[in-house]
Ligand binder design. Structure first.
Ligand SMILES: Nc1ncnc2c1ncn2[C@@H]1O[C@H](COP(=O)(O)OP(=O)(O)OP(=O)(O)O)[C@@H](O)[C@H]1O
Ligand SMILES: [Mg+2]
Length: 259
């Protein structure tokens, strides 16, 4: 069976400046938490951007379930099971938490332009189901008390949680998270790790998570990719990556052993 995500020889340059170079890795079917670590500017967000079709790589190949992802338009990603969160948040700030999460679930509930325009019964029922499911998710992620609050009124950490909820509403098979623990304290970060593990367990979701919070990475990831200067310096278990000399020198900054 083909891998869930297959990335081969990915290269990305901005005006001649190389950001990613020959990045290759696989995420197998069956789910798990895959950490993506590396120094600032290493290319982590750029890699997520290529997978989520925000940026077009200069060369290389990305396949999802055996399908060439480069040929998939960006609006088809969520229906295919790929959703993401953003390092700097991309929410509808003037809408409520509930409205944002309902939009996330739209791949399942859209009934077509005509049905929605005329508010036909099937569109209405579908919209009600979308709201019910969004509210359940909001409760589950401890956002119940702010469900009807506008996103712009919420602190950064809560908005991160809303973005997470919105990404989950599409029931992803591949969830791309860019620094989900930024702004969280140690306890909140651990709770996030437990939620991610539950997601893998209950839905076999594969999570590719960019993160600088090493406690979250080391305690919760199944495998870790370390990106240094746009290249994969090491891939392995958290323990293997923690001991890798290149990763230690470039990023972790404590004594390591040879790769
Ligand atoms: N739109 C762009 N145009 C030109 N250069 C860019 C652009 N986006 C990113 N870069 C450059 O690409 C490199 C990688 O950036 P990227 O945001 O992918 O790093 P990162 O690993 O996510 O870093 P951080 O940990 O700080 O978020 C950086 O040198 C950055 O300045
Ligand atoms: Mg980044």
């Amino acid at each position: 069976m083909s891998a869930l995500l297959y990335v081969d020889g990915l290269t990305l340059s901005y005006g001649g400046v190389r950001v990613l170079h020959g990045v290759s890795f696989e995420i197998p079917q069956g789910g798990g938490i895959f950490g993506l670590i590396g120094p600032n500017g290493a290319g982590k967000t750029s890699l997520l951007n290529c997978i989520s079709r925000v940026q077009r790589p200069t060369s290389g190949q990305i396949e999802y379930g055996g399908r060439d992802l480069m040929r998939v338009p960006i609006h088809k990603l969520a229906p295919l099971g790929i959703t993401r969160s953003f390092q700097n948040l991309e929410l509808f700030d003037d809408a409520t938490v509930l409205e944002n999460v309902v939009v996330g679930g739209s791949p399942f509930y859209r009934k077509g332009f005509v049905a929605e325009l005329f508010n036909l019964p099937e569109a209405r029922r579908s919209h009600e189901a979308a709201i019910r499911e969004a509210l359940q998710l909001i409760q589950k992620l401890d956002l119940g008390s702010v469900a009807r609050t506008r996103v712009s009124e919420l602190p950064f950490g809560t908005r991160k949680a809303v973005e997470f909820a919105r990404a989950l509403a599409a029931r992803p098979r591949l969830l791309l998270l860019d620094e989900p623990a930024a702004g969280l304290n140690g306890v909140e970060s651990r709770e996030l790790g437990e939620k991610l593990q539950a997601l893998v367990r209950d839905r076999e979701t594969a999570i590719l998570m960019v993160e600088h919070d090493m406690a979250l990475v080391m305690n919760f990831c199944d495998r870790v990719l370390a990106l240094v200067d746009g290249e994969i310096a090491c891939e392995g278990t958290p323990e293997q990556v923690r001991r890798n000399k290149i990763v230690v020198n470039a990023y972790l900054g404590v004594e390591g052993e040879d790769a």
